[in-house]
Design a binder for this molecule. Structure first.
Ligand code: ADP
Ligand code: ZN
Length: 731
């Protein structure tokens, strides 16, 4: 199977679950596969198709995508065709002849085809080895995308009781899952559920202030890379597309109200890299399927977390780092609220409100966004984010929890400080005002604002009035939300929520407990300061040359560029500079067919670039090193400067921590980030004693990597994580 994988698809190894699924299919069993977008579902039937004697049928509702899929297979040397309503009767006849002659391995079909008696009879004359049902959730009325045509699939089991069926989907609740099994009469189907984590996606939320300017900043970072922007209304998509065009971007609107032809044209431009940006309505965009979308922006609030996850899922299907940014404003909530109030069915209306509240909660989150999303989809085993570079940086965030290194809350440098007094002040103010007010009122009292309501209630005469004058509204609200997260406070009520103390909160005051909180973030550190896209250290100019060659070849062949090679393949070419067929074949995504068809053209560009720049092939084909999903340390803020100054003055970690009122772990993570950013650090005085250092070094060697936990495992309790991290700075 590995040989087939390399020869036809150019890949060296399977993604999680692919091998198990393929084995199950080849054993002749039925399978139900739940995998996120980009997880690699197609391979689970494409590869068996190459091994099985007869024909593989693939049922898919996405007619617009079939041609690209088939072109992609053909480019890999796989005999595939499709039949749907976009073909003329003559073309259909031609495909049927090829199929009859046994010249086709994979045949894509639209579901409505199966309802035609003539077509059913045609299928009955064939030797069918496998039936794949893509987007299988479409068969269920319980799903979010029910398609009546999918009911035609019931005949599959009737006519081919013995042929194995594989059903695949990226979204299915328990109920939809059962429905799929039932409707397709799957027999003892093995169910494969992969984690829905998308490790290459970076999630962040930005306040929707000066939104257009922020948007331009983001786009600048992703120069020439594909982006999808979701808006609330058709009108908004058109306005935004026009504004972006004025700024010189090739941006097009995409929504259900456009003329079919225009929509198809816009989509095609996008897929063929002739348009950079698609501005779509939230309700639309199902037909957009492009593996190298680097940026998905929600310019307006999504309606539900499901929808959000599906829409952001369109980013980075090729596995390269990609960003998902949500612009959040309270004004948008009202816009949605207005439409929700129009819903007549009381149940539906309540459901929609609940869904919107979950989106608001996500937007206001102070903790890991990835974790929230995964828990939302019922995943309790949050992955330990084992990627080496991720663990390089601090492996704990502000809550002492796992740091995903891929969301704004985890990526922002967090400073901890002793917040005992701050907490006492806030809790006291809540008690003094009778536990009847919301965060805004409380913040006003604490700051000492002479607002009308405050004076009316006489809160300006309380001892707590103005005791936090050095903080602004947002900062106090931030502390309140942290105290809620920590369980000292609760928020009660929906429309005008009030804040109260919990039991733990009262105990905290009574027993004079201490508490450590993180400081509010001052600036938006993530997006603006992180490096422009492209963290693999490939030759950027060569990459651009390879891309334009790809575009030219794609135009000649009449296929989308990604059918020729993915961005992953091009990045690797621009890094390893392969100049012989053997080495070219080692690039991810290069199989036999592509080597033969495109190898020469790409290698000649690489060879001349290498010659002009005096570069040699990079021999180490082991595995491309990616320097972290996003390096947040390109240009580091003043907090790093302070740490660095103290360090240069020869202070120890503990002394710096004390001086700066930070946790020692935070100081070490500053050093790690500074080092990663290439700063010259005077660290010698921090090196562990030589005997211990040698032990740690040996343990790293033994572990064969740079991860902390295996090393700790080897060394035992006697060595702290911090000591190991310090030692690692010298290795
Ligand atoms: P899905 O249908 O689950 O959304 P696809 O089947 O389109 O995902 O796969 C997403 C991308 O991952 C494609 O570009 C595909 O070629 C690539 N891919 C699939 N399997 C592998 C693998 N084993 N190694 C590397 N890339 C893979
Ligand atoms: Zn996170």
């Amino acid at each position: 199977m590995l040989e087939l994988l390399k020869n036809y698809f150019g890949y060296d190894e399977f993604r999680p679950l692919q091998e198990e699924i393929i084995n199950n299919v080849l054993l002749g069993n039925d399978s139900l596969v739940l995998m996120p977008t980009g997880g690699g579902k197609s391979l689970c039937y494409e590869l068996p198709a190459m091994k099985l004697p007869g024909l593989t049928l693939v049922i898919s509702p996405l007619i617009a995508l079939m041609k690209d899929q088939v072109d992609g297979l053909k480019a890999n040397g796989i005999a595939a065709e499709f039949i749907n309503s976009s073909l003329s009767p003559k073309e259909i006849g031609r495909v049927e002849d090829l199929v009859r002659a046994g010249k086709i391995k994979i045949l894509y079909l639209a579901p409505e085809r199966l309802a035609l008696i003539n077509f059913q009879n045609f299928l009955k004359t064939l030797k069918i080895s496998l039936i794949a049902v893509d987007e299988a959730h479409c068969i269920s009325e319980w799903g979010h995308d029910f398609r009546p045509d999918y009911r035609n699939l019931i005949m599959l089991r009737r006519d081919w009781p013995k042929v194995s069926i594989i059903a695949l989907t990226a979204t299915a609740t328990e109920r939809v899952r059962r429905d799929i099994v039932e409707q397709l009469s799957l027999k003892n189907a093995k169910i494969f559920i992969s984690s829905f984590n998308r490790p290459n996606l970076i999630y962040s939320v930005k306040p929707k202030k000066d939104a257009f300017y922020s948007l331009l900043q983001l786009l600048k970072k992703y120069k020439d890379r594909s982006a999808i922007i979701y808006c609330f209304s058709r009108k908004e998509t058109e306005n935004l597309a026009a504004d972006l065009s004025e700024e010189g971007y090739r941006a097009f609107a995409y929504h259900a109200g456009l003329d079919n032809n225009l929509r198809r044209l816009n989509q095609e431009k996008f897929v063929r890299d002739e348009a950079q940006i698609i501005v779509a309505t939230i309700a639309f965009g199902m037909g957009i399927d492009k593996p190298d979308v680097r940026l998905v922006i929600h310019y307006s609030l999504p309606k539900s977390i499901e929808g959000y996850y599906q829409e952001t899922g369109r980013a980075g299907r090729d596995g390269l780092p990609s960003e998902c940014v949500l612009f959040f404003s309270y004004g948008d909530i009202h816009k949605h609220g207005y439409f929700i109030d129009e819903i007549e069915d009381a149940d539906e209306c309540a459901k929609a409100k609940e869904k919107l509240n979950q989106v608001i909660k996500y937007s206001e989150l102070k903790t890991c966004r990835r974790e929230y999303l995964l828990r939302y989809f019922g995943e309790n085993n949050i992955p330990a984010f084992p990627d080496a570079e991720r663990e390089m940086a601090t492996n704990e965030n502000h809550d002492g929890k796992n740091n995903c290194r891929g969301c704004d809350n985890c990526l922002a440098p967090k400073e901890e400080f002793d917040a005992t007094v701050v907490a006492q002040k806030i809790l006291s103010a809540i008690i003094r005002t009778g536990e009847r007010f919301g965060a805004k009122h409380l913040a006003g009292v604490l700051q000492g604002k002479a607002a009308r309501r405050i004076i009316e209630f006489g809160h300006d005469r309380l001892s707590v009035f103005g005791i936090m004058a050095e903080y602004d509204d947002d900062e106090i609200k931030y502390f309140i939300s942290l105290l809620i997260t920590k369980g000292l406070l609760v928020k009660i009520g929906d429309e005008y929520p009030i804040i109260r103390l919990t039991e733990a909160g009262r105990k905290f005051l009574l027993e004079r407990q201490k508490i450590v909180l993180t400081r509010p973030r001052k600036a938006e550190l993530i997006s603006e300061e992180s490096e422009p896209f492209g963290s693999v250290e490939y030759e950027p100019e060569l990459f651009i040359e390879l891309r334009s060659l790809r575009k030219q070849l794609a135009q000649e062949a009449g296929v989308p560029p990604f059918v020729i090679f993915s961005d992953v393949s091009l990045e690797q070419m621009a890094y390893y500079l392969p100049q012989s067929p053997e080495n070219f074949l080692r690039i991810n995504g290069v199989g036999k067919e592509k080597l033969q068809r495109f190898g020469q053209a790409f290698m000649s560009v690489i060879t001349s670039y290498a010659k002009n720049h005096n570069l040699a092939e990079r021999p180490n084909f082991a595995r491309i090193r990616r320097s972290g999903a996003v390096r947040s340390a390109g240009r580091l803020g003043s907090t790093y400067d302070e740490t660095m100054q103290l360090l240069q003055a020869g202070l120890t970690i503990e002394q710096i921590a004390l001086a700066r009122n930070l946790a020692p772990g935070t100081v070490i993570s500053h050093l790690e980030n500074l080092k990663q950013a290439g700063k010259d650090l005077r660290l010698d005085h921090l090196k562990p004693l030589s005997e211990r250092f040698d032990k740690i070094q040996a343990a790293f060697r033994e572990s064969g990597g740079i991860l902390l936990s295996p090393v700790r495992e080897i060394l035992g309790e006697e060595y702290s994580y911090n000591e190991i991290r310090l030692a690692r700075l010298f290795l």
